[in-house]
Design a protein around this ligand. Structure first.
Ligand SMILES: [Ca+2]
Length: 196
């Protein structure tokens, strides 16, 4: 698929991208409401607000020719923008005071691809999000190893495309209380041997 059509294709589907955050809480849970507000490809940070993410299963390498010795399999990164707020106007969290920030420490990515399976990813991260503000960090969305295994490896050198959903879950800790923070987001992922 050519790059021009890739951009148009991506823009056309921005509206179809699913992005959601969860921040369930009650008196027994964390005070802070944490939401993943944006998932983006670092190569297209201004173009794509929230996907779909275009995952290139094989780069042809410096010679520009697929299936030669210099081909490269890249790991895919995704930028996560996370916002943190007090759950209500009645609950004031002072900057640098108690409960004033959360630290996100690990993440997991589960893939939902009709008829196919890609192993989930679990990784560590370190992203501090002060209450009332937001922060952006990166995670590995698709490993290079996954691209060397079926079903993704079968896309290399061909024109086929595989579409699915990546469900991202981040886990962290609220300062002072030590309560667990969980937030989720989903992004559409389109796997193919995209031509640059
Ligand atoms: Ca090559």
């Amino acid at each position: 698929m050519q790059r021009n059509s890739r951009v148009l294709f991506a823009l056309a589907l921005v509206a179809a991208a699913v992005l959601s955050g969860t921040a369930c809480f009650d008196q027994d849970q964390a005070r802070t409401q944490v939401t993943i507000t944006r998932v983006a490809d670092p190569q297209w940070p201004d173009t794509l607000a929230s996907g779909p993410y275009l995952s290139d299963v094989l780069d042809p390498g410096p010679d520009g020719i697929p299936n030669t010795m210099d081909d490269i399999v890249y790991e895919d990164e995704a930028l996560l923008t996370v916002t943190s707020n007090a759950p209500s106007d009645l609950q004031v969290i002072k900057p640098n005071g108690p409960y004033a920030r959360v630290t996100l420490e690990r993440y997991r990515v589960d893939f939902e691809i009709p008829g196919e399976q890609i192993e989930p990813i679990e990784g560590s991260m370190h992203l501090v999000v002060p209450s009332g503000s937001r922060a952006t960090g990166s995670i590995v969305l698709v490993t290079g190893f996954a691209k060397t295994q079926p079903p993704l490896s079968t896309l290399a050198g061909g024109g086929d495309e595989l579409t699915g959903t990546a469900r991202i879950t981040v886990h962290g800790t609220e300062e002072t209380s030590g309560d667990e923070i969980v937030a989720e987001a989903s992004i559409a992922v389109h796997f193919a041997d995209w031509v640059q």
